[in-house]
Structures are given as structure tokens and as C-alpha cells.
Design a protein around this ligand. Structure first.
Ligand code: ZN
Ligand code: ZN
Ligand code: ZN
Length: 358
């Protein structure tokens, strides 16, 4: 069954008469159309029964057709009101589900164009589909994992004392682009910068003996994201305290990989690692959740976080990335992308997780 048909069914089950989806990952997932997030309205009108229609500006029609979408297209010209067009397609639907990332200006315009309808958030309908990857998506994520692993394997070519994080990051970005169609992020956190989980790059010169956190990812031609973190030492001696907590971190991440499988909750994966880190006395230094889902977006459902009683099932793909951060000194994070198989876990990133001494 096509993805939009499954979304239709889910909408019907939840009493939503029509879903309205503007450009973004949900539209791409349902139709394959990678629409530009333009000021002109593009919107999939997906009734809970009957045929969907993609509303596009006339000048985007060719691009929509070229994407190979399997839904009918309705165009609007520059001087027409696209919201009136959407309203005419929605008809007398009473409950309208809007996608979670729709611009507020559009939510209000649709509300005005459909004064009798109730607007509800419809994002969870597509999320519930996207959260479980099918065989084709699994292949795509596996290939994304291999692609970013090949970049990590080349780190010794670029990461050296005397170079700045920015210089190293530029080389990494170029390598990511040889393996992906976009480079989505490059984090090179040397020394104290490694203690800031979302540090990107800076002009700091990497020194001998600096632990360096390298967290990188891109999107492959198939449209799926990679994301993997490894830790490097730019020559010299491993600082004693760092070596101590790194052992604990690796033990925690290993335990989490061994624990994650269908039937366990998302929060239990977090807790298994957090407990090990806390028992070693570093609990306060693990300052973020364990992971995030990944697919056509780097961060999506399911989130591997304390409080989430979501039970993992086959096809759920997510990161396992505990970290320990000592402010002002250094930090470390070990990150793999993995997917629940029928009875276990397949890990897509497989470069050495130990501290890599260059
Ligand atoms: Zn992150
Ligand atoms: Zn991540
Ligand atoms: Zn990452």
C-alpha cells in the first residue's frame, strides 16, 4: 500500500477528515516530492477517503511532475488565492489535521478559509508511519552509515596539532560531500570545546594531547541521513582523568547497544547507560538524552529519552550517543546509528569506538 494510503487510513481511524501537508519531510515521505519551502503555497490535501491532490503554484508544476508523484495536481496562478483552492478541495471536512511544521501564517490563513472546520495537529499520523523504516529505507540508512564511516576512517589525513578546528572541519565537509549529496553538520570540538555538545568549529588551534570530539553527518542521494561521533587524540598523552571517564562512557554505550531491541522501552535504553555513568560518579556530566530517531531527517521520532515509555519495535532507527562533558576541559561522546531488527539490533556505524590516537 502506498504511504499516502496508509496515512489516509490512520487519519480515518483518528477521526481526521483531511490532512494538509506543506513542504518538508512529511510531504517528501508521502509523495517523494522534495518541494522548496517557498512563500508561495504548496500543500498536499489528503482526504481520509478519496483521491489526494497536491496544490502547487503554476510555476512549480513541472518540478512536481518531474518528482514522479502519484497524486493529481491542482495549480494556482499568481493572482489567485491558494487557500481558497485548498478550501474547495477540503470541501465539508470537519476536522482538519495540519502538519506539525506548517508555518503559523498558513495555519491562520487556512483557518480563515475554512471557518467551519476544526484544526488539529496531524503530524503524529505521518510520524507513526515514518518511525518504522521499511526494507528500502533500512538499506538507505545502512548505506548512509557506511558513507560516514568512510569519512571517519580518513580522519588522520586532516586532524593534526597546529591546525584549527575550522581547517579540519572544512576538509571533513569536503569528504562528506564525496560520500553524500549534502553535508548537514560538522562538529570538531577540541579540548575544552569538546565539552559543548553542539559546538561546531572555531579558530581554536588543536594542540598535542587534545581530545577531539568529531560528530558529523550528511544526507545521501537516497535522501537518508548519517550521523556518527568518534573521539580522537591529536598525538601526545591521554589526560589521565579523560582516560578514566572514557572507559566508563564506552562501557555505557556498549551496554546500551546490547540492551536496545524490540520490546524494550526507549527510556530503558537511556537508563541502562545513564546508570553506569552515574555509578562511576559522572552522572551530572551526561547532560543530554541518549538519542534521536533518524531517517529523512537527522532528528525525528523515536527519541531515546528518560520518560519515554515507547516500546521499540522492528524498523525503528535511532542514535545511541551518550556523552560525558567536563566544562572548561574536555568532553567525549560515542554515537552510532542503529535499527531494531525482528529480534535484535543492527548497528550501522562500525569504526572503532575506542579513543583513536592519530
Ligand atoms: Zn545532537
Ligand atoms: Zn545524533
Ligand atoms: Zn551526531
Amino acid at each position: 500500500m502506498s504511504r499516502w494510503k496508509r496515512a489516509q487510513q490512520a487519519a480515518a481511524d483518528q477521526g481526521i477528515d483531511a490532512l494538509l501537508i506543506t513542504p518538508g519531510a512529511d510531504l517528501r515521505y508521502l509523495t517523494g516530492y522534495v518541494a522548496l519551502p517557498l512563500e508561495r503555497l504548496t500543500c498536499l490535501v489528503l482526504p481520509s477517503s478519496g483521491d489526494p491532490t497536491l496544490v502547487v503554484p503554476a510555476l512549480e508544476r513541472a518540478a512536481a511532475v518531474a518528482s514522479g508523484i502519484d497524486v493529481q495536481i491542482a495549480t494556482w496562478n499568481e493572482t489567485e488565492d491558494p487557500f481558497a483552492l485548498v478550501a474547495s478541495l477540503v470541501g465539508d471536512a470537519h476536522t482538519i489535521g495540519v502538519d506539525d511544521h506548517m508555518w503559523a501564517s498558513r495555519v491562520f490563513a487556512l483557518g480563515a478559509a475554512l471557518p467551519e472546520a476544526d484544526q488539529v495537529l496531524g503530524g503524529s499520523i505521518v510520524q507513526d508511519l515514518r518511525i518504522r523504516k521499511d526494507a528500502e529505507e533500512t538499506v538507505a540508512l545502512r548505506e548512509a552509515g557506511l558513507a560516514i564511516d568512510r569519512v571517519h576512517q580518513r580522519m588522520g589525513e586532516w586532524l593534526r596539532p597546529g591546525r584549527t578546528e575550522r581547517e579540519v572541519g572544512a576538509d571533513i565537509a569536503a569528504a562528506i560531500l564525496t560520500e553524500h549529496v549534502t553535508c548537514d553538520f560538522v562538529i570538531v570540538g577540541s579540548g575544552p570545546n569538546g565539552a559543548s555538545p553542539h559546538h561546531e568549529v572555531s579558530d581554536r588551534v588543536i594542540e598535542v594531547g587534545d581530545p577531539v570530539v568529531v560528530d558529523i553527518g550528511g544526507t545521501t542521494a537516497a535522501g537518508y541521513c548519517s550521523d556518527s561521533t568518534r573521539n580522537y587524540l591529536a598525538g601526545g598523552q591521554v589526560p589521565a582523568e579523560y582516560a578514566q571517564f572514557y572507559d566508563v562512557l564506552l562501557e555505557a554505550q556498549t551496554a546500551q547497544r546490547e540492551h536496545a531491541r524490540p520490546g524494550v522501552t526507549a527510556e530503558s535504553v537511556d537508563l541502562v547507560g545513564r546508570q553506569i555513568i552515574a555509578d562511576a560518579g559522572y552522572g551530572d556530566l551526561f547532560i543530554h538524552r541518549t538519542g534521536h530517531g533518524i531517517g529523512q531527517e537527522t532528528h525525528e521520532e523515536p527519541y531515546i529519552v528518560e520518560g519515554s515509555e515507547l516500546v521499540l519495535t522492528e524498523g525503528m532507527a535511532f542514535s545511541i550517543e551518550p556523552g560525558i562533558y567536563v566544562e572548561g576541559r574536555f568532553g567525549a561522546r560515542i554515537e552510532d546509528i542503529a535499527i531494531c531488527t525482528a529480534d535484535g539490533l543492527e548497528v550501522f556505524n562500525n569504526t572503532p569506538r575506542e579513543l583513536v590516537i592519530l
